[in-house]
Design a protein around this ligand. Sequence first.
Ligand code: HEM
Ligand code: HEM
Length: 165
Amino acid sequence: MAAAPPAGYSRLQIRLHWAVVALVVLQYALHDGVASAFDRGMEAGALTLSAPAVGHFVAGSAIFLLAAWRLLLRQERGAPAPPAEDPPWQRGLARSTHAAMYALMLGLPVTGGVAWAMASEGASTAHEVMRALLLLAIVLHVAGAIYGQVVQKTGAIDRMRRPVD
Ligand code: HEM
Ligand code: HEM
C-alpha cells in the first residue's frame, strides 16, 4: 500500500474492474456448455473438451490473471479511502466484500481447473459453493454501490467511472 492513499482509482484500475465484470457475467451467462461437458465426461469416465468448455476455461483463467494484476496494482498504488460519510460498519462490510470477491476470483479458477484436470467431484463441489458465494457478494456489492450513489449521494459509482491518475 502506498504511504498516502490516492484520491481515486486509476484509469487502469477502472478498466480492469469493468473488464473483469464483463468476464464474470459471461461465466454465469454461458454456464451450460461446461456443465454438460463435465457431467457427460464424468458419466463416460473420460472428460472431453468442447468449444464452450474451452471458452469457460479461457475466460476463467483471464479472470484469475486480471484479478492478480489488480491486487498487485492495489499493493503498489493503493486504493482510495472510502467516502468520509460512510459509517464504520459500512466501511468494514465493503472491505470484507472486496476481499471476498478477490479471494473468489482467484479460488474459482483453481477449483474449476482441479475439477477438470483431476475429474474431481470434491473440487467441483467447491467450485459450486464458490459460485454461489461470489453471486452473493456481487449482489451485496452492487446494492452497496447503488445505495452510496442514490441514497447517501457520495458519488460511490462515480469512483469506478472517473479516473484519478
Ligand atoms: C471466476 C471464474 C469462474 C466462474 C465465475 C465460473 C463459474 C462457473 C459456472 C457458473 C459453472 C456452471 C455450473 C452449472 O451450470 O452447473 C461452472 C462450471 C464449471 N467450471 Fe467454472 N467458473 C470460473 C472459472 C473456471 C475455470 C478457470 C475453470 C477451469 C480451468 C473452470 C472449470 C469449470 C468446470 C470443470 C465446470 C463444470 C463442473 C462444475 O460445475 O463444477 N471454471 N463454472
Ligand atoms: C462481476 C461483478 C463485480 C466484481 C467481481 C467486482 C469487484 C470489485 C472489487 C474487488 C472492488 C475493490 C477494488 C479495490 O479497491 O481494489 C470493486 C470496487 C468497486 N466496484 Fe465492483 N465489482 C463488480 C461489479 C460492480 C458493479 C456492477 C458496479 C456498479 C454498480 C461496481 C461498482 C464498484 C465501485 C463503485 C467500486 C469502488 C468502491 C470504492 O472504493 O468506493 N462493481 N469491485
